[in-house]
Design a protein around this ligand. Structure first.
Ligand code: CTP
Ligand code: MG
Length: 254
């Protein structure tokens, strides 16, 4: 029996080429004074390099576009030259903008149209496991236009009426049912044309790319994220990241 009449599945469909845009142009104000966050070392290697290798570890990824601090593109290029990527992975470096959104838009402009799947991944999430990257790519290849990895919340969340003066007591407005909430991570994955349209048409501040697709009225789906995909934001996160790397070294040694 021939199965030519069957619709293509993830196995039989020609593989869509996948690019990753890595916004890395932030200053890292919450981490405290020092180099731009993406260039700070974790276990001797810049955070950005960990993030690039985490993406290039996925066999589906053929291009990585790093969006560098505007005054740091040459430094980022030489860092990438010094830390070899797998043969199958190309890279490009473009200067970032004032906001994360602007940086992602600039990165997206550097993705050639034959890459029909685009992932957006924070340089500040250097330790995401490859299984999470693959799960996001697979979900887009299976037909989702926007995919976000996410984890359940440990804390109960309250909506408040923010106090005009920080530190003052704030009235609670509501307590959303925690079981229905998810904390979202990156890489977020998209059908390229959809993400381009979102960046062309959605205005106003957003904190992730998927919310721009939501504003177009298109469906966004969540796949399981991973606790090691946490964002390095404050000094304590550096301690956690070093501990994760130390545990990996220990496990690799046996
Ligand atoms: N980012 C960017 N361009 C900007 C701002 C942020 O490319 N103008 C990137 C950061 O480099 C980071 C990711 O977006 O990889 C997530 O942002 P965040 O964790 O907020 O990093 P920073 O903006 O650097 O940190 P902070 O907000 O504490 O200054
Ligand atoms: Mg920021």
């Amino acid at each position: 029996m021939s199965d030519v009449s069957r619709p293509p599945t993830a196995e039989t469909r020609p593989q869509a080429r996948t690019a990753v845009v890595i916004p890395a142009a932030g200053r890292g104000v919450r981490l405290g004074p020092g180099a731009p966050k993406a260039l700070r070392a974790l276990s001797g290697t810049p955070m950005l390099i960990h993030a690039v290798h985490a993406m290039a570890a996925s066999r589906g990824v053929s291009l990585v576009v790093v969006v560098a601090p505007p005054d740091g593109t040459a430094e980022v290029k030489s860092l990438l030259d010094a830390h070899a990527l797998p043969e199958r992975t190309d890279f490009a470096v473009v200067p970032g903008g004032e906001s994360r959104q602007e940086s992602v838009r600039r990165g997206l402009e550097a993705v050639p149209p034959d890459h029909t799947v685009v992932l957006v991944h924070d340089a500040a999430r250097p330790l995401v496991p490859v299984d999470t990257v693959d799960a996001v790519i697979d979900a887009v290849r299976d037909g989702a236009v926007a995919v976000v990895p996410a984890v359940p919340l440990a804390d109960t969340v309250k909506e408040v009426e923010p106090a005009p003066v920080p530190g003052e007591p704030e009235p609670v407005v509501a307590t959303p049912d925690r079981a229905r909430l998810r904390a979202v991570q990156t890489p977020q994955g998209f059908d390229r044309a959809t993400l381009v349209r979102a960046h062309e048409t959605v205005t106003g501040e957003v904190t992730d790319d998927a919310s721009m697709v939501e504003r177009l009225g298109l469906p966004v789906v969540v796949v399981p994220g991973h606790e090691e995909a946490f964002k390095v934001t404050r000094p304590l996160d550096l301690v956690l990241a070093e501990a994760v790397l130390a545990r990996r070294r220990l496990n690799d040694g046996f």
